[in-house]
Design a protein around this ligand. Structure first.
Ligand SMILES: NC(=O)c1ccc[n+]([C@@H]2O[C@H](COP(=O)([O-])OP(=O)(O)OC[C@H]3O[C@@H](n4cnc5c(N)ncnc54)[C@H](OP(=O)(O)O)[C@@H]3O)[C@@H](O)[C@H]2O)c1
Length: 223
């Protein structure tokens, strides 16, 4: 299987790269800073490292050109790169933070998908790494920029599902759990290994995933 992961140099993205390559898949990884790829170098051959800043459309276009010179189709696209933003509540929200978080978490996955579209076809899967914090039903308030960006990513997922599922492409939004990464902090209850193992099991075993919002245990979540 040909797999491409954004933000694959650390955290959940790096763990996806590790587990997918251990399963024998052909894994290509996008990341924005070559100096932050030391751990990745031990797992994925350097020719499969692609520079990618999901905030910059030209960088996405360059990455997609590069990717197309290496593979002629993608079985799995994991839109994982993301930021938490400032976690600000109402008193401290700032437009600048919103725009940056929205660009990374919402427009990044949309434009990566747009420019990789010709690599996706019957049997391909797009997994958008969302968050329960983007569930409108589940919101407990605060963290405006992150919640809004992930709620909008959920809309990107549903829209892509409507546009692409008839072509045989599965589009799913995942909540990876509260995971011990730089974003999740060391007090998070779920390890990267468990989160990613869970999401890959869901992808392997569950049919009819497209258009759904699912957690790493395979449970469907409210939008
Ligand atoms: N950890 C959790 O509890 C949790 C819960 C729910 C959802 N998520 C979601 O899971 C995904 C991965 O999060 P994580 O916990 O692994 O976070 P992380 O450890 O902070 O890693 C984030 C990754 O995204 C990359 N990234 C950020 N902005 C980027 C950009 N503009 N272009 C390219 N790469 C960029 C980072 O690259 P750099 O090294 O260059 O910064 C890094 O590789 C995110 O979408 C996050 O929202 C995480």
């Amino acid at each position: 299987m040909n797999c491409f992961i954004t933000g694959g140099n650390r955290g959940i993205g790096l763990e996806f790269a590790k587990q997918l390559s251990e399963k024998g898949h052909h894994v290509l990884v996008g990341f924005r800073n070559p100096e932050s790829a030391d751990k990745l170098k031990k797992i994925i051959p350097i020719e499969n490292h692609l520079l990618l800043n999901v905030n910059d459309e030209q960088s996405i276009i360059n990455m997609a050109t590069n990717l197309k010179s290496r593979v002629n189709h993608l079985d799995l696209l994991i839109n994982n790169a993301g930021i938490i933003g400032t976690r600000a509540g109402l008193k401290k929200v700032e437009m600048k933070d919103h725009l940056n978080t929205f660009q990374t978490n919402t427009l990044g996955p949309l434009f990566v998908t747009k420019h990789c579209r010709s690599l996706l076809g019957k049997g391909s899967t797009i997994a958008n790494i969302s968050s329960l914090m983007g569930s409108i039903d589940d919101s407990s308030g605060g963290a405006y920029s992150y919640r809004i960006s992930k709620a909008a990513l959920n809309m990107v997922t549903k829209n892509l599902h409507k546009d692409l599922n008839s072509k045989g492409i599965t589009v799913v939004a995942f909540h990876p759990g509260w995971v011990r990464t730089r974003m999740g902090t060391p007090i998070a209850p779920v390890s990267k290994k468990r989160s990613v193992r869970g999401m890959l099991k869901v992808l392997d075993e569950q049919n009819d995933l497209s258009g759904k919002f699912i957690n790493f245990k395979g449970e469907e979540l409210p939008w």
